[in-house]
Design a protein around this ligand. Structure first.
Ligand code: CP
Ligand code: NVA
Length: 310
């Protein structure tokens, strides 16, 4: 059996379905232990560096608390206060940090920069959101779906709005785990062609279905999960007006939820903008599981850390 020790977690594209399933199982066990107050300090004395180029509430707090619960320590490193913020090559940062830390977590705009950091580091690098991907979020989302709906295979997720980083990761993980996924976005916001290609290839292996439907009301029919995210991601602020106009018909409101399955759940990675991508009624209503998703970030990230840190 192959261990995940030393592996980078940049995207689920690089992982076997079985490894993702094992991480989910480990996250369930860690959650149970934490709820019961049972010891699980498997990373005693280890240190995680957390580099942030952008704002964060959930990611920062859940990684830091997660490391503490595992017996280790986490350092918050704002990139503005690091030498990379003054032009030090990311390669040198990677080599220097590898001499102190046991793992790096990074939130940055440029996915390629994160890939370079990972390549030049001797320690695991975990992607905590780039312009391309948000793997930790997607894993937490799968755990949340399992908890609420009992199973993953054959379930249908309909993601409505902007084909962004969160949508990419969701497509990839869904295809890997045999979950059907439909993206409903305006033309021009479908997401990266390369991600579509990969997701379709994974789906062919697991028997899931990956598709794009322009009309959101059509798309949400038979949905077990309706998912949305902000229309303006970090770094896209100057496109705000155009994006809001293009995505207006994609607001998840009560009428849209009524077209999904009766038992459908509503998901959002947060932070949310009520009255834009989702109505207050839906996100604060009985079908919403958004704070379970937020909580599950903690448990899945502990599972990732425990698996990859030596
Ligand atoms: N969902 C998510 O990553 O939240 P933060 O930006 O608050 O970390
Ligand atoms: N798509 C959003 C997710 C935030 C967690 C962004 O990139 O800003």
């Amino acid at each position: 059996e192959q261990s995940l020790k030393g592996r980078d977690v940049l995207s689920w594209m690089d992982f076997a379905s079985e490894d993702i399933e094992k991480l989910l199982e480990s996250a369930r066990q860690l959650k149970e232990k934490q709820k019961q107050g049972l010891p699980h300090q498997t990373l005693n004395g280890r240190s995680l560096g957390m580099i942030f180029e952008n704002a964060s509430t959930r990611t920062r707090v859940s990684f830091e608390v997660g490391m503490t619960q595992l017996g280790g320590h986490a350092l918050f490193l704002s990139s503005a206060d690091l030498q990379i913020g003054r032009g030090e090559p990311v390669e040198d940062t990677a080599r220097a940090l590898s001499r102190y830390l046991d793992a790096i977590m990074i939130r940055a705009n440029d996915h390629d920069m994160v890939a370079t950091l990972a390549e030049k580091s001797d320690i695991p690098v975990i992607n905590a959101l780039t312009d391309d991907d948000h793997p930790c979020q997607a894993l937490a989302d799968m755990l949340t779906i399992q908890e609420h709906l009992g199973s993953l295979k054959g379930r249908k997720v309909v993601y409505v709005g902007d084909g962004n980083n969160v949508a990419h990761s969701l497509m990839v993980i869904a295809a890997k785990l045999g979950v059907d996924i439909t993206l409903s976005t305006p033309v021009g916001y479908e997401g990266a062609p390369g991600v579509w290609e990969k997701a379709k290839a994974f789906a062919a292996e697991t028997g899931s279905n990956v598709e794009h439907v322009i009309d959101p009301h059509e798309a949400v029919k038979n949905a077990d999960i309706v998912y949305t995210d902000v229309w303006v991601s970090m770094g896209a602020e100057e496109e705000k007006d155009t994006r809001n106009r293009a995505m207006e018909p994609y607001q998840v409101d009560k009428a849209m939820m009524a077209q999904a399955n009766d038992e459908a759940i509503f998901m959002h990675c947060l932070p949310a903008h009520r009255g834009e991508e989702v109505s207050a009624e839906v996100i604060d209503g009985p079908q919403s599981v958004v704070f379970d998703q937020a909580e599950n970030r903690l448990h899945v990230q502990k599972a990732i850390l425990q698996a990859v840190v030596r």
